[in-house]
Design a protein around this ligand. Structure first.
Ligand SMILES: [Zn+2]
Length: 338
């Protein structure tokens, strides 16, 4: 704003402000921030007040722009910690093929490579300032390696939410697992720590209890008409009973997810580098299916050179694939023994 225009604004604005603040305006055209007589030193002219209202924010923004400063936004986990968004109706999906043994009694794991298509996920640059590495590529290669490992070992059916560079919405991912009747869901991601290249290691996320409970409540609302969860038919039940049944199913699902997370940690010991805070819980949209235990595996930081080397080489990927495949196998073996 030009200085002249600003002066005009002051002359026009001052009388309005004076009227609005009449009880506080003193005879000398000043505004008492504390009523006069109590502390007469706190006086400010109407013009000064107007100046403060208009000029201070403009100066702050101007100073920030001039210095090139940006408002810092947390980088960690920005791509997957989301509020729950439930689709009003069941999603119509092109379900992926199930690979492995042609036997519906065999357990089914759905592997979910994060991001894809126009969503690259987090971006890291390779050491020496070379080409960029994209999370969507890293996690797809990791997911394919895990699928190959599971198929090679046999006995477990596998489906991928995406097997190429296509986009799958967050809502579709757990829904694919549900509609395929999956026994386990594993979402694979890679993380970024922004400028902090020293931050490294994998983490394992499960749905937070609060989020899990909310998801159960909303799921009950949505699916109240007819559905079956963990073999409990909720069709025809009252809303309250349905909500309780979904809550119970959700609780069991979360217990299973927690057990699977612990197995990944156990099997990865000495083979996968873990972040000091290995196990975490968060509101993760992809883990919201109330009847399919799900875990989100943050494989490492693309912003750390060691992690990046592990995540982008065949040997590194193979190590991850073997650890995750073993955790999945032990998880299903325990279920079969129950
Ligand atoms: Zn991600």
């Amino acid at each position: 704003m030009k200085a002249r225009a600003f002066c005009d604004l002051l002359s026009v604005g001052a009388p309005f402000l004076k009227r609005a603040l009449a009880p506080w305006v003193t005879r000398r055209n000043s505004i008492a921030l504390i009523r006069p007589g109590i502390l007469s030193g706190y006086l400010m002219s109407v013009r000064t007040l107007l100046l403060l209202i208009f000029a201070v924010p403009a100066l702050l923004v101007g100073a920030a722009m001039a210095s090139g400063a940006v408002i810092p936004v947390p980088q960690w986990g920005r791509d997957y910690v989301l509020r729950f968004v439930f689709e009003p109706n069941t999603l119509r999906l092109d379900l992926p093929a199930i690979e492995g043994p042609d036997d519906p009694d065999r357990p089914l794991v759905v592997i979910d490579a994060g991001h894809g298509g126009r969503d690259p996920g987090t971006v890291g640059s390779s050491s020496g300032g070379g080409s960029e590495v994209l999370e969507k590529d890293i996690v797809l290669a990791l997911s394919l390696a895990l699928r190959d490992q599971l198929i090679e070992e046999g006995g477990i059916r596998v489906a991928l939410t995406r097997s190429d560079d296509t986009i799958v919405t967050l809502a579709q991912r757990p829904e694919i697992a549900r509609q395929l009747g999956a026994d386990l869901f594993l979402s694979i991601h890679a993380d970024s720590a922004g400028e902090r290249s020293d931050v490294a290691g994998a983490s394992i996320y499960t749905l937070s209890t609060q989020a899990s409970s909310e998801a159960a409540a909303r799921f009950a609302e949505r699916e109240n008409a007819a559905d079956a969860l963990n073999g409990i038919t909720i069709d025809g039940q009252s809303a309250e009973v349905s909500a309780i049944l979904v809550e119970l199913s959700q609780q069991r699902t979360q217990d299973d997810a927690t057990e699977f997370a612990a197995l990944i940690e156990r099997e990865g010991e000495g083979r996968v580098r873990f972040h000091p805070q290995t196990r975490r819980a968060a509101e993760l949209a992809v883990l919201r299916a109330p009847d399919v235990p799900g875990v989100l595996f943050e494989s490492g930081f693309v912003t750390n050179s060691d992690d990046r080397a592990r995540l982008t080489t065949d040997e590194g990927r193979q190590e991850y694939a073997e650890v995750l495949a073993r955790a999945i196998r032990v998880y299903f073996a325990r279920r079969a023994g129950q």
